[in-house]
Design a protein around this ligand. Sequence first.
Ligand SMILES: Nc1ncnc2c1ncn2[C@@H]1O[C@H](COP(=O)(O)OP(=O)(O)OP(=O)(O)O)[C@@H](O)[C@H]1O
Length: 280
Amino acid sequence: MTYAIEVKGLSKSFRSADKALDDVSLRIAPGEMVALLGASGSGKSTLLRHLAGFVAGDRGEITVNGQVIQSQGRISKRVRGARAGIGFVFQQFNLVGRLPVITNVLAGMLPRVPMYRSLLRWFRHDEIQVGLQALAQVGIDGYAFQRASTLSGGQQQRAAIARTLVQNARTILADEPIASLDPESSRRVMDTLAQINRSRGVAVVVSLHQVDVAMRYCPRVVALRRGKVVYDGPSAELSAAMLRDLYGADLNELMPGVDDVADADPAPGLAAAAPQLIAA
Ligand SMILES: Nc1ncnc2c1ncn2[C@@H]1O[C@H](COP(=O)(O)OP(=O)(O)OP(=O)(O)O)[C@@H](O)[C@H]1O
């Protein structure tokens, strides 16, 4: 089977002796939707950036969509080609604010169009139609010809997701995509990711601070603590004890009401503790 993501023995230390990633191994199948959880500094962003080949690890191997991204501390020479199948969604959207939304979305096509057209950002009519369809899928086609900077944060994030659709990404990596959004915009962005995951069979790995959001949208959770995978399994089986262990005193802030849940209670008990967060 060709995995969407396969990581074997990935480790990374920055300047300090502490490992930002410590012997991480995981496999994610095409079409899975997986939440990356963990306290601040646990290694979520670092792992996502390694998966996209933005950063080289110290050791270990990563393949995405069956293509090698890096191996034993070296980024693959063919990483540009491999990246074409990876959509990366950033916390701060990464759009060019002064350009129209549609131009930002069509940037997902740049690796495929001839160099002269990519430099001029000149797109054909049929390509613009593809961009408009992607914007319609994320529900903001009415804003296609406005400057990106005039959209709300949630709309900008959906434009960033539309860019991954135009790119034809087989795997989407989303690094805290809702961290700077209000609850309603967060819900729309997560709904959009879940809908793309279901309708296109795209694998989605999303790092989140909000435990309740992870449980609601992602059947599987990978939890990191100090760069190590400490849980990899169904989100419904995450216990209150595991979450306390992951987040310590911060848990009640991330999931109000969790203090009333017994240690052994699995997620349904946690859901009952925070119905206002989990309800549609
Ligand atoms: N470029 C870098 N240089 C030095 N240290 C780094 C760098 N990037 C990450 N780190 C360190 O690696 C560790 C993991 O950081 P990372 O940003 O991956 O955590 P995170 O789980 O995404 O946290 P948060 O939820 O706060 O975004 C931290 O100790 C961080 O300081």
